[in-house]
Design a protein around this ligand. Structure first.
Ligand SMILES: Nc1ncnc2c1ncn2[C@@H]1O[C@H](COP(=O)(O)OP(=O)(O)OP(=O)(O)O)[C@@H](O)[C@H]1O
Length: 247
């Protein structure tokens, strides 16, 4: 079966001549999770934006479900590091937005997101505005919006980077449990070695800019919340650290 996500020799040179990535190739099979890690400025966000259909690569091809990405892919949800919430919309309006954009009536969309907000611990906050929430809660609203469309693919750009350690760990656990239940295909950009090892069954290490694939590390032990506390987890973190350091 064809991979769900595939980068074929992707390259990106911005109009000002900045080369962000070069010859990046990797693939993610159906139901797998892949973490992209690399030093700051190596082109991780660029790569994710290409798969989200927000940027066209200048070289190579980005494929989702075997088709070249030329617009935001239908089955994919995008989660960004700064939550992407509209400040003038309430929690429930923000969460319902993804469904409304896909043509669901506002009333139905709000009804559909209520149980998801409940599951994410946001019951009682439906009519709050983002600025009245903590960072962790705002990111949960962003997750609710993404999950409401029942995505088969999740594209995430450092979704936990602006959270405190405890909220980050809780949401990482939530995402892992969700992935084990739903088995969506995930592409996660992160600069955290621990996060990559906890959530990525496959870890793609990029070099300094322009980002090139230095190594693809298989991480078959990922997939349980307890993995964090195991010796193998720390061993894998060391392996990834060595590769990132070598860039
Ligand atoms: N629109 C743009 N025009 C020119 N250069 C850009 C543009 N967007 C990004 N860049 C440059 O491309 C390179 C890669 O940026 P990108 O944001 O993809 O990296 P990153 O790995 O996500 O960085 P970080 O880890 O710091 O978030 C950087 O040098 C950045 O300055």
């Amino acid at each position: 079966m064809a991979p769900v996500i595939e980068a074929r020799k992707l390259g990106m040179v911005y109009p000002d001549g900045t080369r962000a990535i070069e010859g990046v190739s990797f693939s993610v099979e159906e139901g797998e999770s892949c973490a992209i890690i690399g030093p700051s400025g190596c082109g991780k966000t660029t790569l994710l934006f290409i798969f989200s259909g927000l940027l066209r690569p200048t070289e190579g091809i980005a494929l989702i479900e075997g088709k070249e990405v030329v617009a935001p892919p239908k089955n994919a949800a995008l989660i960004l590091q700064n939550y992407g919430l509209f400040p003038w919309k309430t929690v429930i309006e923000n969460a319902a937005l993804g469904l409304e954009i896909r043509g669901v009536k506002a009333r139905d969309a709000r009804k559909a997101v209520k149980p998801i907000l409940r599951e994410l611990g946001l019951e009682g906050f439906e009519n709050h505005y983002p600025k009245q929430l903590s960072g962790g809660m705002q990111q949960r609203v962003a997750f609710a919006r993404a999950l409401a469309i029942k995505p088969r693919i999740m594209l995430m750009d450092e979704p936990f980077s602006s959270l405190d350690a405890l909220s980050r760990e809780k949401l990482q656990n939530f995402l892992l449990e969700l992935w084990m239940k739903e088995r969506m295909t995930m592409l996660l950009v992160t600069h955290s070695i621990e996060e990559a090892v906890f959530l990525g069954k496959r870890i793609v290490v990029l070099s300094h800019r322009p980002g090139r694939v230095v190594k693809v590390i298989e991480n078959p032990m990922a997939g349980s919340v307890e993995f964090r506390n195991r010796g193998e987890f720390f061993e894998k973190c060391r392996e990834v650290r060595r590769s990132v350091g070598a860039t």
